[in-house]
Design a protein around this ligand. Structure first.
Ligand code: NAP
Length: 306
């Protein structure tokens, strides 16, 4: 199959493009580093006209930490919306039969939801801290529906939890949360520090997605016939406390310092997990990698590149 991975040099896009190529697909990865800007409609039309993709994974995004998406709220909302608008318009004009696959984020759930269930996805405002990124993802869903109605463009939407795993940035201020903790604890170990500080009590439960699991599910979507315009969670319905994850990282590293949970920092929501009922209907046989093994592989990766 001819496949285009937009944002194909990012954390998820790069591993996805490599996996698809290994499956024997004809894969093209594009981002601004290739001179392609999805914010430019004419460039987008030209790219699709040249490649005529049969499937497009939209992994291009303007994202960052919670602090970043708040302080750059207008730019984050504008850029992600602009990219999606251009993509749908160009697909409708050039290759309307292409299958579009969007990794949406579970930050687009209502801020209050501690168990994130698809039927309640749009039943409430996103948390103020993700006003820009969460609502831009919701907008992609409405765009998908409108383009399905008028142009019969087919979209599969996935609600993806926070990812971790090999291949993310090596700067702890740019990586995703769990990878950032791995990098910082590795640095603490190398500097011989006797204590590693973690903000908050360590009690909040969070669900994580190992990058190769996410990639495997996105790959599988190429052959799915289920209608996933309305998104499905990529879900295990299993949270790990920050403390559990920190202890697994320390174990994988062999870090012997004390883990100090600084409770003077706020915890945030006590629990954020994704309900997996619908996921299990769509992917009944999928087996997620064990969390400890995912952390072990990620630790090995950062040891090898830092
Ligand atoms: N990672 C997670 O924890 C997570 C969780 C839930 C959902 N998601 C979603 O999954 C997708 C991929 O995430 P990720 O973590 O792989 O992000 P990432 O590492 O930041 O990668 C984003 C990619 O988008 C490209 N890009 C940005 N602006 C562009 C533009 N104007 N034109 C073309 N390409 C552009 C970037 O490359 P250049 O700078 O070279 O353009 C980069 O390759 C995003 O939609 C994200 O919201 C991710």
């Amino acid at each position: 199959m001819r496949i285009l991975v937009l944002g194909g040099h990012g954390f998820i896009g790069r591993r996805l493009a490599a996996a698809l190529a290994a499956d024997g697909h004809e894969v093209q990865a594009r981002s601004r580093r290739d001179g392609f800007d999805l914010a430019d409609l004419e460039l987008t039309r030209r790219l699709l006209t040249g490649l005529r993709p049969e499937a497009i994974f939209h992994c291009a995004a303007h994202v960052g930490s919670l602090h970043y998406v708040s302080t750059h709220a207008a730019a984050v909302f504008h850029d992600n919306t602009q990219m999606a608008l251009n993509l749908y318009r160009a697909v409708a004009e050039v290759c309307p039969s292409a299958r579009l696959i969007n990794p949406l984020s579970n930050c687009s759930y209502p801020g209050e939801a501690d168990v994130q269930r698809e039927p309640e996805w749009l039943h409430g405002e996103v948390h103020e801290s993700v006003l820009s990124s969460g609502n831009a993802k919701r907008m992609v869903y409405y765009l998908a529906r409108c383009y399905a109605k008028q142009y019969h463009v087919r979209t599969l939407n996935f609600l993806v939890p926070n990812a971790f795993g090999p291949g993310d940035y090596t700067d702890p201020t740019r990586t995703h949360a769990l990878n950032g903790m791995i990098i910082r604890m590795l640095q603490a170990q190398r500097q011989g520090r006797a204590e590693f500080e973690i903000w908050g009590t360590g009690r909040p439960l969070r669900e994580w997605g190992y990058v190769d699991d996410l990639v495997a599910i996105l790959r599988h979507s190429l052959t799915l016939e289920t209608d996933l315009t309305y998104p499905v969670n990529i879900a295990q319905n299993r949270g790990y406390s920050i403390r559990e994850s920190a202890e697994l990282i320390a174990k994988a590293l062999g870090y012997e310092g004390r883990l100090f949970f600084n409770a003077s920092y706020q915890d945030g929501a006590s629990r954020k997990v994704l309900d997996d009922h619908r996921f299990r209907q769509v992917f009944p046989d999928f087996r997620f990698i064990d969390h400890e093994e995912g952390i072990r592989r990620t630790v090995e990766y950062y040891r090898s590149v830092l």
